[in-house]
Write a protein that binds this ligand. Structure first.
Ligand SMILES: [Zn+2]
Length: 446
């Protein structure tokens, strides 16, 4: 026990006080019961039928088939026959493109950007509009079980703070970046170099959110002058910030980058020469990265965000994910809203599997496709590890989980194993099947 005493002047009178502090910290214990599913390694699916997850203050303390006696008096949340699975991490999406979801899908990347995207993003100068769209996006993410994100905002500072606030309120965690772009955005969406740097610094100063942190976000090389790239590289080093951007998505884009940087042999060098190609740099797509570029990823600790649905929608290509995994590259998944038209990550996972099967057929059946268990790992554990999490439902991690009620799926011909039910859940879940979501140890849905 500690005692603190003192005196304080209140309205001209002096009050004497003492306060007694208790050294005992109250811990909240909770046990979740249900069919537990998680992916501790690529291609490994672990299940515990009618098992228990013990949480202390939202942190995983243990995972058990039979509940140990010392927990027997603790409160149990019994999810019955439902599935308790790891929640999802969406490692690449554009929040201000949410209003144009499912539009312009017949255009290639550069035309798609100038016809739809830049005009849509320009609307986010209006903070009321931003508030309405971002509130809906945050709700749609969390109710679909996406609890961690790495997200692009627009170039607008105020709207970016609004986005961070709405994600925080909804229970989504992760990184958000104010976009930098000082060329190529026509007149509708562009900053000067000086504005871009000044606004990024102002934005960083205003980021005081508990669960949503800033990440530097040069849109991509065609949108950023050398001077801006150099300033962002310096900022990343000085302020120890992570970086996210795009790489080798589309052949037209790659040709443009070559024109802009004739001194660079490969696209990645345009980031590397300004200090933006480094440990934990997130690079979306990487569809056309050759062996040399992939080697540079592995050596630098750059993380690939594979966005299968987007790559097919705008005919960018099919990413050689299996090859990347064989080479030891860190691969995660992203919805890439709105190049991608699927926000729920369980649908992004199945899109990734289909793309991988397409790649196998294109490569003369030489490469194995990505299995359901593997794609689930990429959409969960692999992304969660970016934020420092362990493998699967790791002891010591804050719980990130979804609870899925599959009881309205078609009656099967025989009793299914938990692993079979997991596969059905990945392919067939709709939002209403997700009955609870835990994010950073807190129950945020249900
Ligand atoms: Zn993107």
């Amino acid at each position: 026990m500690r005692v603190r005493s003192g005196a304080q002047a209140v309205r001209g009178r002096t009050l004497f006080y003492f306060v007694i502090f208790s050294e005992r910290v109250i811990h909240v214990l909770e046990i979740l019961k249900g069919n537990i599913v998680y992916a501790p390694a690529l291609g490994t699916l672990s299940t515990v039928e009618k098992g228990y997850l013990a949480l202390r203050d939202g942190t995983i303390e243990g995972l058990y088939q039979d509940l140990p006696a010392f927990y027997k008096n603790e409160p149990v949340t019994d999810y019955g026959d439902k599935l308790i699975m790891q929640s999802f991490a969406d490692m690449h999406l554009h929040a201000p493109q949410y209003p144009m979801l499912g539009m312009g899908m017949d255009l290639p990347l550069m035309e798609w950007l100038s016809t739809y995207t830049f005009k849509t993003e320009a609307r986010f100068k209006d903070t009321d509009y931003a508030r309405r769209v971002y509130r809906k996006l945050a709700k749609d993410l969390i109710t679909n079980g996406t609890t961690r994100v790495a997200m692009f905002s627009s170039l607008h500072t105020e709207a970016t703070w609004i986005l961070m606030e709405e994600l925080e309120k909804a229970g989504v965690t992760g990184y958000v970046g104010k976009v930098n772009m000082d060329r190529g955005g026509d007149t509708v969406l562009q900053e000067t170099t000086v504005e871009s740097i000044r606004e990024t610094l102002r934005w960083l100063e205003g980021c005081h959110f508990e669960h949503i942190k800033p990440i530097l976000t040069p849109r991509f090389t065609p949108s950023c002058t050398d001077e801006l790239m150099a300033a962002l590289g310096k900022m990343a080093a000085e302020k120890q910030l992570y970086v996210q951007s795009h790489l080798s998505e589309n052949t037209g884009e790659i040709a443009l980058v070559k024109e802009l940087h004739p001194d660079c042999q490969r696209y990645y060098e345009t980031y590397a020469k300004y200090g933006l190609w480094k440990d934990h740099t997130l690079m979306a797509h990487c569809v056309h990265s050759d062996a040399r570029e992939r080697k540079a990823m592995r050596e630098a600790g750059v993380v690939v965000v594979h966005c299968a649905d987007s790559n097919v929608n705008i005919c960018s290509g099919v990413c050689p994910v299996r090859q990347m995994l064989r080479e030891g590259i860190w691969v995660t998944l992203g919805s890439d809203i709105a190049g991608g038209a699927l926000l729920p990550m369980y649908q992004v996972i199945t899109a990734s599997i289909r793309a991988s099967k397409t790649r196998r057929m294109m490569d003369d059946w030489q490469m194995d496709f990505i299995t359901v268990a593997e794609a689930y790992y990429l959409g969960t554990t692999s992304g969660h590890k970016y934020f420092g999490a362990g493998d699967g439902f790791a002891v010591g991690d804050k719980l990130h989980a979804v609870v899925i009620d599959d009881s309205d799926f078609t009656e099967s011909t025989r009793p299914l194993t938990v692993a079979e039910r997991f596969e059905r859940a990945i392919y067939m879940t709709q939002r209403h099947n997700i009955v609870a979501v835990y994010s950073d140890g807190r129950k945020v849905v249900g």
